[in-house]
Design a protein. Sequence first.
Length: 282
Amino acid sequence: MAARILDGKSLAAKVRAAVKRDVEALAQRGIRPGLAVILAGDNPASRVYVRNKVRACEETGVRSEMYELPANVSEEALIDRVLALNDDSDIHGILVQLPLPKQIHADRVLESVAPAKDVDGFHESNLGALLAGKPRMVPCTPAGVMRLLDHAGVAIAGAHAVVIGRSNIVGKPLSLLLLQRDATVTICHSKSKDLENIARSADILVAAVGRAKLVTGRMVKPGACVIDVGVNRLTDGSLAGDVEFASASEVAGWITPVPGGVGPMTIAMLLENCLRAASASH
Ligand code: GUN
């Protein structure tokens, strides 16, 4: 039987509509959420992501400012820009699009963002709060995955969740969120042995490594919920997730498509984080 689709596109539209209503309510108190987006360099995929984020802001009434910096920008200039935005009371959220040009230490830049404005949830203090079980700003993609699971009514407590990928942006924070909801969590990565068998034991299987079609139907337990975080550009220009959709959707109970699954939820959670940051600042 073919899997049911976890439709991130339609759920994200509902979240954006709710954010829009809340933004209107904040306007009654004279508050307009403001997001600053910094794009350094000319990564074409980053440019598309940033454009989609700015468009979502416009649609929901969040004010956005975009700062485009050249690929050869210095770390100091980039951090100076962040520090100026930290001091700007009209800006409630700061997003530094990753990846950054190679001469820049991303961790130094991310640590320069004021934690209260860190709408990506990448600052060590926000990641630490999540680890301590007291989440503040939660990274957007993991938050979006949890929202999708809850919307579909997927049972998390007691489930075996296998997360393939251990990035600070997705794999690690998502594993913590699943653990907090009482899943039994296994984190797999490039050195993991016997990935196929571990994956096949998952009730919730998340692929977040950036390798096209890594997860095939053979690696999916019948009825499992399969979450595909990957967005990979193939040589023919088409998009593919980390999951081979055709074979996996034959076996899974639930599955996210690419595009239209996790991606729109990431942006919706970013808007929620901006709204929360703006509300908290007053
Ligand atoms: N690059 C890939 N995903 C993300 C994200 O969620 N936030 C930022 N800032 N950069 C990214």
